[in-house]
Design a protein. Structure first.
Length: 245
């Protein structure tokens, strides 16, 4: 397992592990069967009207939008960890406080084991790991954006002012040709409590084919390493110093 940099105050607002799957024996009682497997750690159960808004990837390519409907949610006592399950979708979401990759990985693998006990998965169509980071630029200017990120739009001098209304960048690149993809979404956001000039960086690593016999434990390490490397490369050294204050 690779050793990765740990920050005192990481900007991570959510981490999401997801599996899109096909099964033949799904029925309305499956969420209840699954609940019996995890209820000691996830006692709070409810129905969700829809999935989260964020990065996704399907046959048409890179997408940003709402997720799946008809989800059953299972929450930890402090609501910081949420498992979601529907016919074809399984996610493990970690909200602050994020206690490190080792703990999150254990929760994912335990939840996957419980899922496999509850329903027979015929095929994994796609598997993904996502991180969502919120980073304050202090003021929405092109100069501040470049001081924070090594990925930025190239704007010819004199075309636009230094002040920003908004920036939105969507990029995807093959991590493994025709099999795995690394995607990023980088956007500026409106002022909100605790953030003067927020920006959001979403990083998504996904495997879209050849998932038969996939060892999820090993794949998780590959995905996590790729996301960590991407984060470390995209954020400037100057900005990363703020995460250790």
């Amino acid at each position: 397992m690779a050793v990765t940099k740990k920050y005192k105050n990481p900007p991570l607002t959510e981490a999401v592990f997801e599996i899109f799957f096909t099964c033949k024996d799904w029925s309305p009682i499956v969420p209840g069967i699954f609940y019996n497997e995890i209820k000691s750690d996830f006692p709070n159960i409810s129905q969700a009207s829809g999935g989260a808004f964020g990065i996704s990837f399907d046959a048409s390519g890179f997408q940003i939008g709402p997720g799946s409907n008809d989800l059953t949610q299972y929450k930890s006592p402090d609501n910081s960890t949420i498992i979601q399950l529907s016919n074809g979708l399984f996610t493990v979401n970690k909200l602050p406080r994020y206690e490190g990759w080792e703990n999150y990985r254990k929760v994912i693998l335990s939840a996957v084991t419980s899922l496999e006990k509850s329903v027979k998965i015929e095929r994994i169509n796609r598997i993904g790991l996502k991180t969502i980071n919120k980073i304050d630029l202090n003021k929405h200017t092109y100069e501040n954006f470049r001081k924070s990120y090594n990925v930025f739009p190239s704007i010819p001098q004199g075309v636009l002012s230094n002040d920003l209304s908004s920036i939105q960048l969507n990029i995807e690149t093959p991590a493994v040709p025709e099999t795995e993809i690394l995607a990023l979404s980088l956007v500026t956001l409106k002022k909100e409590p605790k953030y003067e000039a927020p920006s959001m960086l979403q990083l998504y690593y996904t495997r879209i084919k050849d998932n038969e016999g996939l060892e999820i434990k090993e794949w998780l390490e590959v995905a996590h390493s790729a996301l960590h490397k991407a984060f470390d490369t995209i954020i400037t050294e100057q900005k990363k110093k703020e995460f250790d204050v």
